[in-house]
Design a protein. Structure first.
Length: 362
């Protein structure tokens, strides 16, 4: 039986949030012998799923996935613009069972020695003190280092004045497919403002969703219904009701100017490490979780908190350029959404087209 909280243990590290960023950071620190506590507000790790569950294979190097977390492999991504196929690109990837992946990553952290407390909602963070609700009571823990891995609306980031300013809002359903689909589909329509719709196949079903900036005129659910109708007309879907409905916010303003401050490190969505164009953030969360864990271990070994700053430099070195490019593309896409011929706009602002990677001087 698990011991109840409170515990009198002193912690070397408290991690807030047990998504991919938090569990990876916790595992790395616990493997090095640090005493790690993870506080997670949900009852079950990874459930419900707020994700379209796609990872490009090129980014998989960072992710040691259990085989049972893989729902389907895909080889190509087809980009549609205004109802027509614009380009079909080889983009091998994996559609996950995200709940299984998150649970597996948490298990790895546990096996390394981290203590994970679920149904523990952090409500305040101030100068190394963390207050959280658990079992109907307010608790207090202290830690020399805190990891804010608490997702797109991160309380940790907001408590430092570093919260994400802009998000994409999304809505998704998992629906049965009438025939297997071997590739991912991304659809651009003028009414889905500065976002897109997707079909990501998962064997007999698919994740079908819409994400856009809130300034769009239509409602997300109206746009999703219209998109589902289009897929029915193409013979991809029948009349079966959705098996699951989900959604959530995706950071779209890139990282803040700092992600380490006063013994607090932000990781994953909390740090805006999510790609502002594609909305993908799982590989970055895991990669940056490894780097954050490494920096915490180094700082602890040397007894020198300035080593925490290594994290800032390390992750910006790996991801900074591509995130900055995606952020520039997002800003320009939003500015030009109603101004430029739609095909041209998407070609310049979507990763499937060569123009996306070309730097403009103007
Ligand atoms: C609809 C949708 C589709 C997406 N599709 C994809 C995709 O196909 N591929 C991809 O790579 N990315 C996708 N993303 C983005 C991806 O889900 C995130 O980038 C990824 O989950 C980031 O991991 P994380 O660990 O930083 O945050 P999260 O996975 O959000 O984990 C944060 C954890 O912190 C917990 N938490 C939050 N606040 C508190 C608190 N106060 N106290 C305690 N615990 C707290 C949460 O319960 C959660 O478990 C999608 C996102 C959405 C919303």
């Amino acid at each position: 039986m698990r011991e109840p909280f409170p515990s009198t243990d002193p912690w070397d590290l408290v991690v807030i949030g047990c998504g991919p960023a938090g569990s990876t950071t916790a595992r790395v620190a616990a493997e090095a012998g640090l005493r790690v506590l993870v506080l997670e507000k949900r009852r079950r790790i990874g459930r419900p799923v707020f994700c379209a569950e796609y990872i490009p294979r090129a980014l998989l190097g960072e992710v040691a996935l259990p085989v049972e977390a893989v729902a389907q492999e895909v080889e190509h991504m087809v980009t549609w613009i205004q109802g027509k196929v614009a380009v079909r690109r080889r983009l091998p990837g994996i559609i996950l069972h995200r709940d299984i992946m998150d649970e597996a990553l948490a298990m790895q952290a546990r096996q390394a020695g981290a203590r994970i407390l679920t149904q523990a909602r952090v409500v305040a963070i101030h100068q190394g003190a963390i207050r959280f609700l658990h079992g109907g009571r307010l608790h207090l823990v202290r830690s020399p280092v805190i990891i804010g891995a608490d997702g797109p609306l991160s309380l940790t980031a907001r408590s430092l004045g570093l919260g994400c300013r802009d998000h994409l809002a999304s809505l998704q359903v998992e629906v049965p497919l009438l025939r297997p689909l071997e590739e991912t589909e991304v659809h651009f329509l003028p009414e889905i403002y500065a976002g897109y719709a997707w079909v990501f196949p998962k064997g007999a079903t698919a994740n079908v969703g819409v994400a856009m900036r809130r300034r769009g005129t239509g409602s997300l659910s109206g746009l999703l219904m219209g998109f589902l109708d289009d897929l029915r007309k193409r013979g991809l879907l029948g009349a079966d009701p959705p098996l699951r409905r989900t959604g959530g916010l995706i950071p779209a303003s890139g990282p803040p100017h700092r992600t380490t401050e006063k013994g607090v490190l932000l990781v994953g969505d909390a740090a805006g490490q999510t790609d502002p164009i594609t909305g993908g953030g799982i590989p970055a969360a895991i990669l940056c979780g490894k780097m954050a864990g490494g920096a915490v271990v180094e700082a602890s070994k040397k007894g020198d908190p300035t080593h925490l700053d290594l994290y800032e430099a390390a992750w910006r070195d790996r991801l900074g350029r591509s995130l900055q490019r995606a952020l520039r593309r997002r800003r320009s896409m939003e500015e030009q959404w109603h101004r430029k011929p739609f095909h041209l706009l998407i070609r310049e602002h979507w990763i499937a087209f060569r123009q996306y990677y070309e730097e403009k001087t103007s």
